[in-house]
Each structure stands twice: as structure tokens, then as C-alpha cells.
Design a protein around this ligand. Structure first.
Ligand SMILES: Nc1nc2c(ncn2[C@@H]2O[C@H](COP(=O)(O)OP(=O)(O)O)[C@@H](O)[C@H]2O)c(=O)[nH]1
Ligand SMILES: [Mg+2]
Length: 305
């Protein structure tokens, strides 16, 4: 899958950047005695969580960096190592492939479905959007609006209808009409609502009856602003739904994106996509090195000589 436009990664968490640069100045500067305490505080502020922040700071220390620059390289390497080593590309080679989008209300599922439809249409996948948020009339309308923006067809159930039935019919239609990918927008759920989460699990099982191998992706959409509370959410969803990938949204306006390092480490599930705005082309494939580097940008060359 291609990048929808260049420069998207520059939008990631500009406030996180300031956070990490404030205390850690020019490249050639030797480390001051309080460096590791300061580093740990910055990692906590970036919302890695206190345990992981301490672990990463200790791992950087164990590499014995002598300057700010080598300390930064060590930090980027340690953050990268803490994250999942599984592939980050979407598994959408089968035709049709089924991509389910899960998450709490407002996390960005419908927006992501629209952005992904746009990207995949441009890449020639001929996507179909399935509006399976049948609990609210507005849920279906929102999916239809995003499908129009992405210029892809939308298959919608009736308000109050059974979401699993909508997904089954949508997948059968996609198979007969030659759609390459089916993107399923589901209703927002809380990880604590066991019955409703089980209903989502049923959507997954029914998808498998319509198309062999489905769902090919079960993506959990997380709002980057929620920081560490994403950890509890991710655990709850993953217990019932076998999440295959994460989507991290709203990374254009948060300093709490570091929480995803903790989520990946805990679940062993990779982040696959990152949302950096409300526009249709503001979705990018996740890149672990760029992400780690964005939390801790390159240092300015030393001016004091
Ligand atoms: N700034 C920003 N806003 C986003 C992003 N993704 C979604 N949103 C906004 O988040 C709100 C909820 O999104 P929506 O897709 O309706 O969430 P859903 O309830 O999970 O379907 C909307 O106002 C979106 O415009 C993002 O990457 N960046
Ligand atoms: Mg929605």
C-alpha cells in the first residue's frame, strides 16, 4: 500500500517533539548527570507508562552513550526493539479480502474506513465499504458520506438490523461483483460490554462463512489522545476478537502517542496505520523507525563548538 501523500509523517505529534527536545539539546553535548532521570520523565510524559519508561531509560543507560546524539540513537533503537516485529502491511491479497474495523465510539473507525477506501481505490483494489454500525441511523449515514468522499460504493444494512447479516450479504455481493477488499465499519463498543463485544465476534465468524479465510484483518482503531487508557481497551478487545493490527488515529494533535509502544509490547500486535488529520488523504502506513524517531527528533548540530 502506498503513502497517500508525502510529508504526512511530519504531522505526527508535533507536541511530542517539543516534549522530547526541551531537555535534550544539541548533538555534541555530553550527557549531564541528571540525564537518565530527565529521559525517564520525558518518556513518562510521552505516555509510555511508568514501567516501560523506566525499562527503556535503563536500556539506553546500559548502552553507555557518551553524547546526546548517541543517546538519541540508542533511544530510537530501544523503542524500536520494544515494538512488534510482525509485518505491518495489510493482509489483503485474497479477493475479496475482508477488513473489520473495531473500537470504542469516537476512536475514528468510520473516518479510517473512508481514508483506507480512498487509498485502496487509488491502489486499484476496488474496495467496497460495508456500513455495519446499524445501531444508530447516523452510523450508517456517516459511512455513506465517507464512501462518497472516497468514491467507492457503500453497502448498508437497515438501522436496527443484524450487523452480522449485513456483513454476510456485503461480502457475498463483493465476491460476485469482483471487489478486491471489503472494509467493514462496525458499531462503537466498550471493551467492558461483553455481550456487545461477543456480537462483534459473531460478525467475524459469519464473515468466514461468506468468504473463506475472512476476516483477513481485524483492526482495532485507537484514539492516540487516550494514551495509556488504550492499553486496557486493547486488552479487552483482543481477548474476544483476535486483533491482527492497530490503527492509531489523531496523531496530529497528541503528545501521548508513546502509549502505543506499551500496547504493542503487551499484545504483540503491530500498528499498521496512523491517522494524522481529518482529511481523506491523512492516513499513512505505520513505520516503526519513523515513529520512534518522531518521538525523539534528530538534534540540532552543536552551536557552541
Ligand atoms: N485530527 C484528527 N481527527 C480525527 C482523526 N481520525 C478521526 N478523527 C475525528 O474523530 C472524530 C470521530 O471519528 P469517527 O470516525 O466518527 O469515529 P467512530 O465513532 O469510531 O466511527 C471525528 O470528528 C473525526 O473527524 C485523525 O487522524 N486526526
Ligand atoms: Mg462511526
Amino acid at each position: 500500500m502506498s503513502e497517500s501523500r508525502p510529508g504526512l509523517w511530519d504531522r505526527v505529534a508535533s507536541r511530542t517533539r517539543t516534549l522530547f527536545t526541551e531537555g535534550l539539546r544539541a548533538a555534541g553535548t555530553p550527557l549531564n548527570p541528571g540525564f537518565y532521570e530527565e529521559l525517564e520523565e520525558l518518556l513518562v510524559a510521552g505516555d509510555l507508562g511508568p514501567g516501560l519508561a523506566a525499562q527503556v531509560a535503563a536500556a539506553v543507560r546500559a548502552r553507555h552513550p557518551r553524547t546526546m546524539e548517541t543517546a538519541r540513537d540508542a533511544l530510537v533503537a530501544e523503542l524500536t526493539a520494544a515494538m512488534s516485529s510482525k509485518p505491518r502491511g495489510l493482509f489483503i491479497d485474497a479477493r475479496p479480502s475482508c477488513v473489520l474495523l473495531y473500537g470504542i465510539n469516537g476512536s475514528g473507525k468510520t473516518t479510517t474506513a473512508g481514508k483506507l477506501a480512498f487509498l485502496l481505490r487509488r491502489d486499484g483494489f476496488n474496495p467496497l465499504l460495508v456500513a455495519a454500525d446499524t445501531y444508530r441511523a447516523a452510523g450508517i449515514e456517516q459511512a455513506q458520506v465517507w464512501a462518497e468522499r472516497a468514491e467507492v460504493p457503500c453497502f448498508a444494512g437497515r438501522p436496527g438490523g443484524d450487523p452480522a447479516a449485513v456483513v454476510f450479504d456485503g461480502l457475498r455481493m463483493a465476491a460476485s461483483r469482483g471487489h478486491g477488499v471489503v472494509l467493514v465499519d462496525t458499531a462503537g463498543r466498550l471493551q467492558t460490554q461483553k455481550n456487545l463485544i461477543n456480537e462483534l465476534a459473531k460478525v467475524g465468524r459469519v464473515a468466514a462463512k461468506a468468504v473463506p479465510g475472512a476476516p483477513h484483518e481485524s483492526l482495532l482503531v485507537l484514539d492516540g489522545n487516550l494514551g495509556q487508557s488504550n492499553l486496557g481497551q486493547a486488552r479487552g478487545f483482543n481477548e474476544a476478537l483476535e486483533i491482527s493490527g492497530l490503527v492509531l488515529t489523531k496523531m496530529d494533535g497528541t503528545a501521548r502517542g508513546g502509549a502505543v509502544v506499551a500496547v504493542e509490547k503487551d499484545l504483540g500486535v503491530p500498528t499498521k496505520l496512523i491517522g494524522v488529520g481529518e482529511g481523506i488523504d491523512e492516513l499513512a502506513p505505520f513505520d516503526v523507525t519513523r515513529f520512534a524517531a518522531s518521538l525523539f527528533p534528530p538534534l540540532a548540530a552543536s552551536t557552541t563548538g
